[in-house]
Write a protein that binds this ligand. Structure first.
Ligand code: NAP
Length: 298
């Protein structure tokens, strides 16, 4: 934080679970006035020792903070908890860090705006132990002025990125990031099962997979440029070549008694693109049928 931005904020933290507690602790360590509320009040006790004030009710907590951080289990908990603050929300900035769907984020934005508060939706990409470090990053969307005003405080929790004024955007981006990660994990467990079928241990395989994935990461910007331009003619790695490779992976998996899982869906896409005359296009062109869904290729 730059020296001229240093000032003390009044922050209320609703929810002191695995993420909420380190969030409150990080803000206390930086000298901010922190009021905490938790459904189970005993969970606030360690934070009192760190200097937090405990509010007996949600309304009291919201009254204390210009910035209200909500870190609850799910959308329903966040919605119902904020509903209990009612008119005390007026002139507050509510930052909802609870994992939600984009539509739930938009609904909550409307709910708090109805009480005169500004709304930011947040998605926390990180684990509890990475809160307050640059290992995590948090995504935000919603009121841009509120984000600018509280940017310095939000940046203490994790590098903070504002994606746009639609409150649902942070949740979309969160889902897309999770999707990329889960697809990698699904591929990893499939590979581990395939190698186990020939007596190889997953831990022996990880160093080579790491090298391979590092190369793939370097390839992503090129694929992204092709997808954004919708132009696939100059790709280094074609649909036809990849269809052959993935077909082999599916065939060998089945022969080894390992369900081909995530790769069967990719093979469908590649087969469809080739059948439609795009075998010479770049791999990235398999995004096209996803953008314009049609019947599966049989
Ligand atoms: N943990 C992670 O690694 C991680 C990472 C990124 C994002 N997230 C997201 O962060 C959010 C919080 O996760 P967490 O790991 O901190 O969860 P957690 O440890 O299970 O804590 C849940 C919190 O929500 C409160 N709560 C649950 N139901 C409630 C209700 N009906 N009314 C009021 N309060 C309620 C709990 O209060 P009590 O103490 O009374 O039970 C507790 O404060 C979730 O949306 C999660 O998806 C978590």
């Amino acid at each position: 934080m730059r020296e001229n931005q240093r000032h003390t904020s009044r922050v209320s933290v609703l929810g002191l679970g695995r993420m909420g507690a380190p969030i409150a602790r990080t803000l206390l360590a930086q000298g901010h006035h922190v009021t905490v509320w938790n459904r189970t009040p005993e969970r606030a006790e360690p934070l009192v020792r760190d200097g937090a004030r405990v509010a007996g009710t949600v309304a009291e907590a919201v009254s204390d903070g210009e910035l209200v951080l909500v870190t609850l289990l799910d959308h329903e908990a966040a919605r119902d908890t904020l509903a209990r603050a009612g008119e005390r929300l007026r002139d507050r900035v509510v930052v909802n860090l609870t994992t939600s769907t984009p539509q739930q984020a938009r609904e909550l934005a409307g709910q708090v705006a109805g009480h005169g508060a500004q709304y930011l939706d947040g998605a926390m990409l990180g684990l509890p132990e990475t809160v307050g470090t640059t290992e995590a990053f948090f995504l935000y969307s919603g009121d841009a002025e509120a984000f600018a005003r509280h940017h310095a405080v939000l940046e203490l929790l994790a590098p903070a990125h504002h994606l746009g004024t639609d409150p649902g955007l942070a949740e979309f981006e969160d889902l897309a990031l999770l999707g990329g990660g889960y697809a990698t994990l699904a591929g990893f467990v499939h590979s581990a099962a395939l190698l186990a079928s020939v007596g190889r241990r997953a831990s022996e395989f990880v160093p080579l997979l790491s090298r391979w994935l590092t190369g793939l990461l370097a390839f992503l910007p090129e694929l992204a440029r092709e997808i954004d331009a919708g132009a696939y003619a100059d790709g280094a790695s074609t649909v036809a070549m990849n269809r052959t490779a993935v077909a082999g992976l599916v065939e060998v998996s089945r022969a080894q008694g390992v369900p081909p899982g995530p790769h069967a869906a990719l093979l469908d896409l590649l087969t469809r693109r080739e059948a439609e005359g795009h075998g010479g296009d770049s791999f990235a062109s398999v995004v096209e049928p996803l953008r314009r869904p049609g019947p599966p290729v049989g």
